[in-house]
Design a protein around this ligand. Structure first.
Ligand code: RTP
Ligand code: MG
Length: 142
């Protein structure tokens, strides 16, 4: 087992639904610790840079429009196998395909408004954590 950190975002749809606390609670109950956290309104430039890997994809503009449509909560989760553990809690990208009991099954409305983001690999996690947080903004617990 490996202690990992992963970047999690509660997207504008879930913030607007007032379910920040319910989503954070799922992370905590699964043994993940929140070691950095902030609420921000993303600029287009910040959102485009974050999703740069998708910039040639047909859904890129809709994704940036959505991610800049309201505030998001950005956080670093720390725990054993945190990257995969968070992806399991989130469920499939399309909420129609997300397993029962996952965050997207319970709170997402569509493939665009799908409640949460989570880093998908160790490489992504390292890039995404440092995209939003300086080292001294992360409060190690372990
Ligand atoms: P995320 O990056 O947000 O955690 O989601 P993910 O890994 O499950 O999905 P990814 O393939 O990285 O796509 C990023 C976000 O783009 C939107 N998307 N739309 N219309 C489409 O076919 C489509 N595909 C992806 C989703 O909102 C997805 O979360
Ligand atoms: Mg992704």
């Amino acid at each position: 087992m490996a202690l990992e950190r992963t970047l999690s975002i509660i997207k504008p749809d879930a913030v607007a639904k007032n379910v920040i606390g319910e989503i954070e609670s799922r992370f905590e109950k699964a043994g993940l610790s929140i070691v950095a956290m902030k609420m921000v309104q993303l600029s287009r430039e910040k959102a485009e840079g974050f999703y740069a890997e998708h910039k040639e994809r047909p859904f890129f503009k809709d994704l940036v429009d959505f991610m800049t449509s309201g505030p998001v909560v950005v956080q670093v989760l720390e725990g054993e196998n945190a990257i995969l553990a968070n992806r399991d809690l989130m469920g499939a990208t399309n909420p129609k395909e997300a397993a029962a009991g996952t965050i997207r099954a319970d709170f997402a409305d569509s493939i665009d408004a799908n409640a949460v983001h989570g880093s998908d690999s160790a490489e992504s996690a390292a890039r995404e954590v440092s995209y939003f947080f300086a080292d001294d903004e992360i409060c190690a617990r372990a």
